[in-house]
Design a protein around this ligand. Structure first.
Ligand SMILES: [Zn+2]
Length: 582
């Protein structure tokens, strides 16, 4: 079917054979892209298009689904032949749910345009409408609305159209595709609400990419396989993903894995570690087959839209083909999670093993720049060679932890509690003030950048010591029991060493500052009494004076040593305030 024009023949068939589906005999709406393939829609044109669709068919609804960072709501477009309002409705009807997110980076708008045509074709064309009996499609037409409304023609340097497009950052200049855990934007709060309402089986986030030149219009990030539970990894990588690639090739739009590389892709590519801050990494925490479509920015906008459209439709037909397998694998993954004991906190790419891929590569040349007088990288599109390249796609767990029976966290960390609640994490509250004897982490060390990253000073290389400790908690503080399908989310955000933990994203920074200190001129007089009360400390001090020459010469270090090991030192300094009851 020609995706660029309304198929009036099929529309006629729709009217004859399923008259109930069409309310109005007027023509189905045309997208601005179809009127002029050099353009992409504005936000207003996009929403108006979907609203027109709802007047054409009862199978499509548009719903205001939460705030964005400007005074416009984030919409969801629900496409289904039956009345479904959420995951529970779909579950009763045994429907598979696909959630499509568009315009997180509005300078990459081909998914926005493609989704509009896709939605129309799904309801108008019987070839596609037949899938709606088994599949419910939910589309976020535009996610970064504030970014989309900052239209310009230049910020996507090198991108091949459209003539105007939105800007990558939101109005706060956040990259919303780093915001799914920290949820700084109202968009992210709305997204999590939408995600938890629908609990999609398949999630697709549409993007456009640069970085290298190659003949493929479409590349795909499939959520990194090693961090998935076995049933989902097997369903995705043994069946679903190979079928996507095969079907795209059959349609003469051969697709390639996302091209992440060092130097040149001709020497091999790396799998993308989609940690939970990213859309697909977030979705994967919740047992969802998650993907990022990355069209190639050097291809014309028209080709990118058509490729996105083709791929979205291929997702639908492939999801239908493997529907039962997908639903079973997700259910198995949830059961596996409940019983799982050991969890990875960080991953590293294993460069000692690789799969291999056939890669159609542009030959590379290094002509001299007439202006810079230095050689520069030039991909010669007239010379294509077929290479067998390594695909480094194995990640190994670097640090691991075991699942506790409970975590306990102060209600004072309301920003953390709010985020846990938004993610439907089961919690109860303490009935009275209590000292909790449990395992705690003492934060020993961590690194932070000098420059802010996405509104935060993201910590990394967090070094902890696990200690038995007692800490006072208060009536109303939260107990987070483990043994649920959401366990992995809880571990990823509450274990301080996890890459995208709330500790890493600065929600607990105040614990790393002392709140009390000592005055050396008074404290010096107290040393004798301290040693009398703590003879063990006296022995340790003497030993250190004997063995550590710099310590012996440094009075301040000596006072600090005595203070921090005395009863005067605050007991919870650098103690991560989330108890692990094991
Ligand atoms: Zn992007």
């Amino acid at each position: 079917m020609n995706s660029l024009r309304v198929n009036t023949k099929n529309l006629y068939i729709v009217l004859i054979f399923n008259i109930g589906a069409i309310f109005c005999s007027g023509q189905s709406p045309i997208t601005p892209f179809e009127s002029n393939p050099l353009t992409t829609c504005t936000y207003e044109e996009c929403i108006s298009f979907y609203k027109k669709l709802t007047t054409r068919s009862k199978f499509v609804k548009i719903v205001e689904s939460g705030a964005s960072d400007i005074d416009e709501p984030i919409h969801t477009v629900i496409i289904s032949t039956s009345n479904v309002k959420n995951y529970e409705d779909c579950k009763k009807q045994n429907k598979l749910i696909i959630l499509i997110n568009n315009g997180i980076h509005p300078g990459e708008p081909d998914g926005i345009d493609a989704s509009m045509i896709f939605a129309r074709d799904m309801i108008v064309d019987p070839q596609w409408r037949k899938y709606l009996d088994r599949i419910c499609i939910v589309i976020i037409p535009v996610y970064n609305i504030g970014g989309m409304k900052q239209r310009n023609s230049h910020t996507r340097a090198n991108q091949n159209g459209p003539l105007e497009y939105g800007f990558r950052g939101n109005v706060q200049n956040l990259d919303l595709n780093r915001d799914f855990i920290k949820m700084d934007s109202r968009n992210a709060v709305s997204f999590v609400t939408i995600f938890q309402k629908w609990k999609p089986h398949i999630f697709i986030d549409t993007h456009t990419t640069d970085g290298a030149d190659y003949p493929y219009t479409m590349t795909l990030i499939s959520s990194q396989k090693n961090k998935l539970n076995p049933s989902i990894a097997s369903c995705m990588y043994d069946q679903f993903v190979p079928e996507l690639y095969a079907q795209m090739k059959k349609q003469k739009d051969e697709m390639f894995p996302y091209v992440d590389f060092e130097g040149l892709p001709n020497h091999g590519i790396y799998d993308f570690e989609d940690s939970p801050r990213y859309s697909s990494g977030y979705a994967a925490l919740h047992h969802c087959l998650s993907f990022v479509t990355e069209s190639h920015m050097l291809k014309p906008h028209r080709d990118r839209v058509n490729s996105q459209l083709r791929l979205l439709k291929t997702f639908v037909s492939t999801a239908d083909l493997y529907k039962n397998k997908i639903l079973e694998s997700i259910e198995s993954s949830k059961q596996f999670e409940i019983k799982k004991r050991e969890y990875a906190l960080s991953w590293t790419l294993d460069k000692s093993i690789a799969d291999s891929l056939d890669f159609n590569a542009y030959e590379v040349e290094y002509p001299i720049s007439p202006f810079l007088h230095k050689p520069y990288l030039f991909y010669n599109k007239n010379k294509v060679s077929s290479l067998r390249i390594p695909y480094y796609n194995y990640f190994v767990a670097q640090q691991t932890t075991t699942k506790p029976k409970f975590y306990i966290i102060h209600q004072a960390y309301h920003q953390v509690i709010d985020r846990l609640k938004k993610n439907n994490i089961p919690m109860t509250q303490l009935h009275s003030d209590s000292f909790i004897n449990a395992q705690y982490y003492k934060i020993i060390d961590f690194q932070s950048p000098k420059k802010a990253y996405e509104n935060h000073f993201l910590h990394s290389k967090v070094n902890v010591e696990k200690i038995a400790h007692s800490k006072k908690y208060f009536k109303g503080d939260y107990i987070i029991p483990m043994g649920y399908e959401s366990d992995r989310f809880v571990i990823e955000v509450l274990e301080p060493q996890a890459k995208d933990s709330y500790f890493a994203w600065n929600f607990f920074d105040a614990i790393t500052d002392r709140k009390e200190y000592f005055s050396d001129y008074i404290f010096t007089h107290q040393i004798g009494k301290i040693f009398e009360e703590q003879p063990q400390l006296f022995s340790e001090f003497q030993e250190k004076m004997k063995t550590d020459s710099s310590f012996k010469e440094n009075v301040n270090a000596q006072l600090y040593f005595i203070y921090t090991n005395s009863k005067f030192s605050e007991p919870n300094f650098s103690i991560y305030p989330v108890a692990r009851v094991e």
